[in-house]
Design a protein around this ligand. Structure first.
Ligand code: ZN
Length: 80
């Protein structure tokens, strides 16, 4: 199941949730304040959003693009 990021407009907190792809944009309750005033945080790569939050890992240097890039070739994102 893919990991998605969501942003709560009430407590201004980002949180992550594992959801089926079909429910990626479905309403989700904030984990911190239980508000439903949340929206999906659109980020192309998990590595990018992690560096945004200050917990940067060297994922970007490892050739990480989308999840199918792991094998070295990727036809979906074109990073590699
Ligand atoms: Zn919240």
């Amino acid at each position: 199941m893919p990991l998605y990021e969501y942003y709560c407009a009430d407590c201004h907190t980002k949180f992550e949730a594992l959801r089926p792809m079909s429910q990626a944009d479905a309403p989700i309750q904030c984990r911190h304040c239980e508000s439903m005033n949340t929206s999906r945080a659109i980020s192309l790569f998990a590595a990018f959003s992690k560096s945004e939050s200050g917990a940067s890992q060297a994922i970007t240097g490892a050739g990480g693009g989308c999840s199918t890039c792991a094998g070295g070739t990727c036809s979906t994102c074109g990073i590699n």
